[in-house]
Design a protein around this ligand. Structure first.
Ligand SMILES: Cc1cc2nc3c(=O)[nH]c(=O)nc-3n(C[C@H](O)[C@H](O)[C@H](O)COP(=O)(O)OP(=O)(O)OC[C@H]3O[C@@H](n4cnc5c(N)ncnc54)[C@H](O)[C@@H]3O)c2cc1C
Length: 352
């Protein structure tokens, strides 16, 4: 009989709010579990969070296993690792697949769990699928075999010019993390029913070595790049931190707009990391993406190339961004931005 917990998602919540990545992961897990003919299990960890479990069912989980413990009030690597391992031990047979978010927490926790279980982990995936694989394995004959229905963890590779399909059929769980905003969440279905139950875990002394004394919220984290309809981003071409005033001014034309940035601008401390778009920042797909003084390096491009309309302003006619922008303007951004603002006001009034 197939394992009913075959595809598992580690849900992410912060101070009692489920994070967007969780619904996306459940969407991906449903897709995989339907191909496998099994179920989706969700692990929910935290303190005083049991009430969130039903929402996970509405998002597509068949069962939710909750560990609600004061030790899990604040995220800490070792306590959360113990909790996930505790659930896996409780299940007996491990799930075939475990998905987590490529978020700050997921990037910290997933490798710890994979290392503990001595299993593989593919980070930063953009697609998932199920398929077969024949491993001829001349180098290590013990690995040869014909593997059916295994996880295809797909992620861009070689500077995003290729899609790599990464397989680890030798041991379960096959683990992967998904980038935010790239896999589809399912519409919420409040009529869905699922099994919800709590289990407890015995934290060991070694799990409690780190104590979170205080959590200070970085107000800039409220920047919601992934849901913005319009993003106006600034790069190193702004020349100085004050250049972001021009970016903000242009963004102010649109009601639902957010200011983005290249990593070079962020690394120069001109603006907070929460604004960074790209491989090590956010992946975005707004209706309009305006890039001011951004060269269009591959690591930036992968985070915004799926925007519906890309407008780039750059003084260098050979800048890479001008090769993939829908509209490229060659010129000094300080001269172009005010003109662009005037031109966009009409469009903004009509639609944004
Ligand atoms: C592992 C790794 C991960 C990375 N992750 C990211 C990431 O997530 N996001 C990211 O953005 N980058 C990332 N990078 C960095 C990336 O490679 C580039 O260095 C960065 O994107 C460059 O930022 P920029 O375009 O603002 O700066 P630059 O490359 O310096 O480009 C500035 C541009 O501004 C133009 N310019 C200058 N003055 C003006 C003006 N007055 N008017 C108009 N145009 C002007 C120039 O012609 C130039 O094209 C990563 C790099 C690595 C190695």
């Amino acid at each position: 009989m197939p394992n009913p917990h075959n595809v598992a998602v580690v849900a992410e919540q912060f101070h009692g709010s489920l994070q967007q990545i969780t619904s996306e992961l459940i969407g991906a897990a449903r897709f995989l579990s339907e191909k496998l003919g099994t179920g989706v299990s969700c692990f929910l960890l935290g303190h005083e969070i049991t009430q969130l479990a039903e929402r996970l069912v509405h998002q597509g989980a068949d069962e939710v296993i909750v560990i609600d413990a004061p030790q899990l009030k604040e995220y800490a690597t070792l306590t959360y690792r113990r909790a996930v391992i505790g659930i896996l031990e409780h299940l007996g047979t491990p799930p075939q697949i475990v998905l987590m978010g490529s978020t700050t927490i997921g990037r910290d926790l997933a490798p710890r769990i994979a290392a503990y279980l001595e299993t593989g982990l593919t980070a930063d995936c953009t697609e998932f699928d199920i398929g077969d694989y024949e491993h001829k394995g001349k180098a290590d004959p013990s690995k040869t075999g014909n593997f059916k229905n295994i996880l295809y963890a797909i992620r861009p590779s070689f500077g995003e010019s290729l899609k790599a399909r990464i397989l680890g059929p030798w041991k379960n769980p096959q683990m992967a993390t998904a980038r935010i905003g790239v896999v589809q969440a399912l519409p919420l279905d409040t009529s869905r029913k699922g099994k919800i139950y709590n289990i407890s875990v015995n934290f060991k002394q070694e799990d409690l070595r780190i104590k979170v004394l205080k959590t200070v919220r970085d107000v800039s984290v409220s920047v919601n790049l992934t849901e913005a309809k319009v993003i106006v981003s600034g790069g190193y071409g702004l020349g100085e931190p004050e250049g972001f005033e021009v970016v903000r001014d242009l963004a102010s034309v649109f009601k639902n707009s957010v200011v983005g940035a290249s990593r070079r601008a962020v690394d120069s401390n001109w603006i907070g990391y929460a604004h960074q778009v790209g491989q090590t920042g956010k992946t975005v797909r707004p209706d309009i993406y305006i890039a001011l003084g951004i060269s269009g390096a591959i690591q930036h491009r992968v985070g915004m190339a799926n925007s519906k309309l890309i407008i780039a302003v750059n003084k260098d006619a050979d800048a890479p961004i001008l090769k993939f922008a829908h509209y490229g303007i060659v010129g000094d951004l300080y001269q172009v931005a005010p003109l662009l603002k005037k031109a966009l006001i009409k469009m903004a009034k009509q639609k944004y």
